[in-house]
Design a binder for this molecule. Structure first.
Ligand code: UT7
Length: 338
């Protein structure tokens, strides 16, 4: 297949297929009421979350990612042999190394194509799409499989009520290609601020603080978050990333037809949605009530749900935005094509 060129003779990257995978096991707010001192009322009013999915012990990050990837390849209408690069965004890899991307390459039976993990916390899907866009548009690769997969339950402390009510497991995927029909990746804006790294992190298990009896007993292998601070940064950074991305794409806020924000907290989503007052509430895509915060996967899962249930029109402009540990943030503007 030959890459499609735009009017200036350049290859334009598109998302030509999507997929997702959610584990079947549900952890409800009522279940959490039995585990920590919390209430359905607190969780719903502060976060909008009603339930989240939990992977079984044998459902690894790679398994969830491979399942989402197979669906994305099918949705793209291509064969696994046509994939020529695999990128996986995750903060919960099966192992520190080898990469989860290599494990997925084996599980889906892809040829011996290059495979790598990237890590940008909850912004991982956008970072991965941006890399895929560059590789496709430079002509280096034709069909890139982008996967975000997270088993956050493996790094969540179910004795810490301030975090355990928030997170869930799942995977989202898409195929980015220069050929075929789909969503044009018009522009991606990315950013980071390492000054704020300590606001959201897993303190131990890396080379700075390797696993030891002490780190385990101090519960340092779990997510630690300064929720309030992170909340403020999340709203501010996603708002400015949206603005920057829309401007760079030569569009305007009133031309956006769908907003898919990172699914961390309904109050954060509502704050960002205020900028898009022309959008009816069903055009602000939400999955947070049913899946909680699935980190890098959240936008990938939401995009797949939209892509499968809605026939994208050529006039559609879909804005994705995300924010996460690092701190990292970003936005991507996708356009419907004929
Ligand atoms: O995906 C990466 C980005 N992550 C985010 O964007 C998350 C951003 N942060 C948030 O979503 C919110 O800050 C949280 C949902 C984490 C917390 O909501 P909050 O409104 O900021 O609550 P808070 O941390 O200020 O806590 C308020 C009170 C505290 O009690 P006191 O000190 O006022 O007595 C907490 O101890 O709520 C208490 N609390 C809880 N109570 C019942 C904290 N967690 C719970 C809980 N159930 N699960």
């Amino acid at each position: 297949m030959v890459n499609q060129l735009n009017s200036s003779g350049m290859i334009k990257a598109k998302i030509i297929g999507t997929g997702s995978f959610l584990p079947e096991r549900v952890l409800s707010n009522q279940d959490l009421e039995k585990m920590v001192e919390t209430s359905d009322e607190w969780i719903v009013t502060r976060t909008g979350i009603k339930e989240r999915r939990l992977a079984l012990p044998e459902e690894y990050t790679s398994h969830m990612g491979a399942n989402a990837a197979r669906k994305a390849i099918e949705s793209a209408g291509i064969l696994v042999d046509q994939i020529d690069f695999i990128i996986v965004a995750t903060i919960t890899p099966d192992f520190v190394f080898p990469s989860t991307a290599c494990l997925i390459q084996k599980q889906i039976g892809a040829r011996f194509v290059p495979s790598m993990d990237i890590q940008a916390a909850c912004t991982g899907f956008l970072y991965a799409i941006s890399i895929a866009k560059s590789f496709v548009e430079s002509g280096t690769y034709k069909n890139i499989l982008v996967i975000a997969s997270e088993k956050l339950s493996s790094i969540t402390n179910y004795e810490d009520r301030s975090t355990c009510v928030l997170f869930g497991d799942g995977a989202g995927a898409c195929v980015v290609s220069g050929t075929g029909k789909g969503l044009l990746i018009e522009h991606v804006t990315l950013g980071s601020d390492g000054e704020q790294a300590e606001l959201l992190m897993m303190p131990a298990g890396g080379s700075r603080r390797p696993a030891s009896i002490e780190t385990v007993s101090q519960k340092e292998h779990y997510i630690k978050m300064a929720g309030n601070e992170v909340f403020k940064h999340a709203v501010r950074r996603m708002e400015s990333a949206c603005k920057e991305c829309i401007e760079a794409a030569g569009s305007s806020e009133d031309q956006i037809t769908y907003l898919i924000p990172h699914q961390a907290n309904l109050r954060i989503i509502d704050a960002i949605a205020k900028r898009f007052e022309h959008l009816p509430s069903d055009r602000i895509f939400k999955t947070v009530h049913k899946y909680g915060n699935t980190s890098a996967s959240s936008i990938g899962i939401a995009l797949d749900e939209l892509y499968r249930t809605y026939i994208v029109q050529p006039s559609d402009q879909i804005l994705l935005t995300a924010f996460g540990g690092g701190l990292t943030w970003g936005a991507a503007l996708l356009k419907g094509t004929i």
